[in-house]
Design a protein. Structure first.
Length: 162
């Protein structure tokens, strides 16, 4: 267990997941092309919803790739962590839509854990992470995400406090 690596991964995950929010704040609706193209499934609900955009994915990949070397990780690790984190986020959005949760609606744990745990679980060998590391980073991300969401809301960067 390496507390420094855990902290570096926690910072990277927070930055990657915050990148789409910051991009939306900076760019408004510019370049906000929905990943699902506005498609609706047979259940009458969107595949992902309008807030899951190509711009957000590119922002997360850019931040992950650029920040990883600053934190002592490889660029490929940063890109992989960003891609897997966004995959976890998209999977949770897909499930939330199926459960009837509106886009940008709150669903505690499902909003935080997939985007933190998917990259950790799939990359734990290459990062030399054990279960205690993954648990610590996952819980750390949960609390950091909740705190940062409220802060970004107060700063009027985020539209909702979650």
């Amino acid at each position: 267990m390496s507390p420094l690596l855990d902290l570096e991964l926690l910072i990277l995950l927070a930055a990657v997941n915050g990148a789409p929010i910051i991009a939306a704040w900076l760019l408004g609706r510019h370049l906000a092309l929905p990943l699902d193209g506005g498609r609706v499934l047979a259940d009458g609900r969107p595949v992902l919803g309008p807030t899951k955009t190509w711009r957000g994915i590119f922002a997360a990949l850019l931040v992950g790739t650029a920040l990883a070397p600053v934190l002592g990780l490889g660029t490929l690790q940063g890109m992989s962590i960003a891609a897997l984190s966004m995959t976890g986020d998209l999977a949770s959005s897909f499930v939330k839509r199926r459960l009837g949760t509106p886009p940008s609606g709150r669903f505690m744990l499902l909003d935080q854990l997939p985007e933190a745990l998917l990259p950790l679980l799939l990359l734990h060998h290459g990062l030399d992470l054990g279960w205690p590391d993954m648990l610590a980073i996952g819980l750390g991300f949960l609390f950091l995400d909740l705190a940062l969401s409220r802060l970004l809301f107060r700063l009027r960067i985020r539209q909702r406090p979650y």
